[in-house]
Write a protein that binds this ligand. Structure first.
Ligand SMILES: NC(=O)c1ccc[n+]([C@@H]2O[C@H](COP(=O)([O-])OP(=O)(O)OC[C@H]3O[C@@H](n4cnc5c(N)ncnc54)[C@H](OP(=O)(O)O)[C@@H]3O)[C@@H](O)[C@H]2O)c1
Length: 330
């Protein structure tokens, strides 16, 4: 039997993605074979295709940072999941496919009644926002925060989780996307035409407690300027190259040595144990189940139309998330 996946054959635009056929093999030791139902398209899928990240695998590869699906076959050594289980995982690669092989310890069970497009978005974007808010920053009600990139996939997760935590939010976004920030109680700032330092200093003369930066190093210096003494900037934007990674590391060290009472902390999902990720995914599944959060889904595409979905995200008009789905779920 065969299955299809989307292969990036060389660095470049969405046109370098090709549909290829693969043999459906038995899972290896400790592996489950998962029939993919949903996989989001995220900014990092685009960055690895273009080559805008350090330490990258060379093409060919199948993109797709996270998946949700049904266990379709297991190796006889597997004990933690069974055929028919609904599972999800942070895969980094391999999600743009009809099937994927994953080690059982990487899989988390997903409640059957959750919507697949909404639930799969929790695996990366909501995890990042949740862990930064609650594990890195440790926000309290009424803390004041600035979200850089507030209208995107991670940004809208920050808006919903920040509103739940009772923090006062400011967000940078293009003017056409301000409505979504206002919906969750954030004060939108148009970073194209407004100086956000001036806006925040005017509205919060004492400064704010946290800045969450999913963009580049260009936000480190201005971000520090709006913080109170004791404030923290959490940087989670992926560096574009090895030189920008080294510059970022140097900047983190230097900024944290400055005697100004402010700190920069870096965040990346790869730094955390799988047990901690699973603990937080289960909390997020429960929040979704109770209706406390509702991921913003801008568009849904069939998995094999990943190139068109990538084109839409690269176009810059998306508010929230794009999700690829198995055709029977569309
Ligand atoms: N460290 C980790 O583990 C981790 C995990 C996931 C994501 N990330 C990072 O998080 C970032 C966001 O990812 P995503 O998937 O949420 O992307 P996304 O959905 O494309 O959202 C990014 C948003 O940033 C805004 N933006 C673009 N340029 C900007 C600029 N110069 N200043 C301020 N805002 C700008 C865009 O909206 P506007 O039109 O409103 O500007 C866009 O909505 C990426 O850098 C990604 O690498 C890191």
């Amino acid at each position: 039997m065969k299955y299809k996946s989307i292969l990036v054959t060389e660095r470049g635009g969405p046109e370098v993605m090709q549909i290829v056929e693969n043999d459906l093999r038995a899972p290896g030791a400790e592996q489950a074979r998962v029939r993919i139902q949903a996989t989001p398209v995220c900014q990092d899928d685009i960055a690895v295709r273009l080559g805008n990240r350090p330490f990258l695998a060379k093409p060919p590869f199948v993109p797709g940072y996270s998946i949700l699906g049904i266990v379709d076959e297991i190796d006889e050594s597997v004990t933690q999941v069974a055929k028919g289980d609904r599972v999800a995982a942070l895969t980094n690669f391999g999600g743009y496919a009809e099937y994927i092989y994953i080690n059982e310890d990487q899989l988390v069970h997903v409640p059957n009644d959750l919507d697949p497009a909404e639930a799969v978005v929790l695996i990366l974007n909501y995890l990042v926002a949740y862990q930064i808010l609650h594990r890195v920053a440790g926000v309290k009600a009424n803390d004041k925060v600035l979200i850089v990139g507030a209208s995107g996939g991670v940004g809208t997760a920050f808006l919903q989780l920040g509103a739940l935590a009772g923090v006062k939010m400011y967000g940078l976004a293009s003017p056409g996307k301000h409505q979504i920030l206002e919906k969750y109680g954030a004060v939108p700032i148009d970073y194209h035409t407004q100086d956000f330092i001036k806006v925040i200093k005017h509205l919060e003369p004492c400064g704010i407690d946290y800045v969450f930066n999913g963009m580049g190093e260009e936000y480190l210096v201005p971000g520090m300027k709006v913080l109170i003494k004791g404030g923290v900037l959490v940087h989670y934007g992926g560096p574009q190259s090895i030189s920008s990674f080294l510059l970022l590391v140097a900047e983190l060290i230097v900024f944290n040595l400055l005697p100004n009472g402010k700190k920069i902390k870096g965040y990346g999902t790869h730094r955390l144990s799988i047990d901690l990720l699973k603990e937080d995914w289960r909390k997020l599944f429960a929040m979704l189940d109770k209706g406390q959060i509702k991921p913003v889904i801008a568009a849904k595409y069939p998995i094999l139309e990943a190139a068109e979905a990538n084109r839409q995200l690269e176009g810059g008009s998306v508010v929230g998330n794009i999700v690829l789905l198995a055709p029977d779920l569309l």
